[in-house]
Design a protein around this ligand. Structure first.
Ligand code: G
Ligand code: G
Ligand code: NA
Ligand code: MN
Length: 254
């Protein structure tokens, strides 16, 4: 199985790569946004998880092609929903570090927003913290440019990198996503609960939004809400679903 060759093919045909969408909700379980997650349906291998192929793609520049395909598919979908009269929620897209620091990211994103007539305020980029630290000056520059397009920026898997907190005050970040490894045990293990509470406080004190990801039980939800978290994502509320199901179950007409 030649991964690069197969992935390049997948990016060119229309039926192998698709996006699923998972809701983010508030304390009343009302939807506040969506996260777009990639799925690869290979004609022979079947469904291949992004947990497998994203790390492989990150070893080469192929990750940039994947990111661009994802941005295009999501904006096209938003454009279609808009034309069909649905009210839109902001959609989060996972952005790789390589793409963040690539030369033409901003012109690419601007061009796609124009093509599909989507306001930057409807887009959020999720970036893992490890990425932000490898080239902080370049990250600041790219993120500032994305902010000028009104795009929301969040740190994904917060707390899992070997990061200094120093970057939080230098980067134009809007959201901290508490990693699901802490959320998993937050209601049962004191240390994990304390870590979640501390990240929620940190976000509040810095004027950022805290999002808890991987919420699977009512106990976790209640614990996090009692610590001041206001936005939640996880199987307890909704699993990632196809565009069709998203339309049926999560969207409504104006
Ligand atoms: O959706 P799932 O839990 O299977 O995703 C597994 C991993 O793949 C997660 O780390 C997630 O962030 C990553 N991932 C999912 N979709 C995308 C995508 O569109 N782009 C990038 N770069 N990573 C993604
Ligand atoms: O790395 P990132 O945070 O982008 O990963 C998102 C991944 O987490 C997606 O693959 C999604 O399918 C998965 N996910 C979303 N909600 C839950 C959950 O409640 N439990 C678990 N185990 N995984 C989840
Ligand atoms: Na993410
Ligand atoms: Mn995450």
């Amino acid at each position: 199985f030649n991964f690069e060759q197969e992935m390049k093919k997948a990016l060119q045909v229309d039926d192998q790569i698709h996006m699923v969408y998972q809701s983010k909700v508030d304390n009343n379980k009302a939807v506040t946004g969506l996260e777009a997650l990639i799925r690869w349906h290979h004609p022979v291998e079947g469904l291949i998880s992004p947990a497998e192929f994203i790390p492989l793609a990150e070893e080469s520049n192929l990750i940039i092609n994947i990111d661009r395909k994802v941005i295009k598919v999501v904006l096209q979908q938003l454009n279609q929903w808009q034309q069909e009269g649905f009210s839109l929620y902001p959609v989060s897209i996972n952005l790789s570090g390589k793409h963040l620091v690539s030369d033409d990211l901003i012109s690419f994103v601007q061009e796609q927003l124009n093509t599909y007539q989507i306001d930057g305020s409807l887009i959020e980029f999720e970036i893992t913290e490890g990425v932000l630290l490898t080239d902080i000056e370049r990250s600041i520059e790219a993120m500032t440019a994305l902010k000028s397009l009104d795009i929301t920026l969040s740190v994904d898997d917060f707390g899992t990198g070997y990061s200094s907190l120093n970057y939080l005050k230098r980067l134009p970040i809007d959201v901290l996503k508490i990693d699901r490894s802490f959320v998993d045990e937050c209601a049962n293990t004191i240390e994990d609960g304390q870590i979640c509470a501390t990240v929620i406080n940190l976000a509040q004190n810095l004027g950022l939004e805290a999002v808890a990801e991987g919420v699977e039980t009512a106990e976790q939800w209640q614990f996090l809400a009692s610590k001041g978290c206001e936005i939640f994502q996880g199987y307890y509320f909704n699993k990632p679903m196809s565009a069709e199901d998203t339309e049926l179950k999560l969207l409504s007409k104006q």
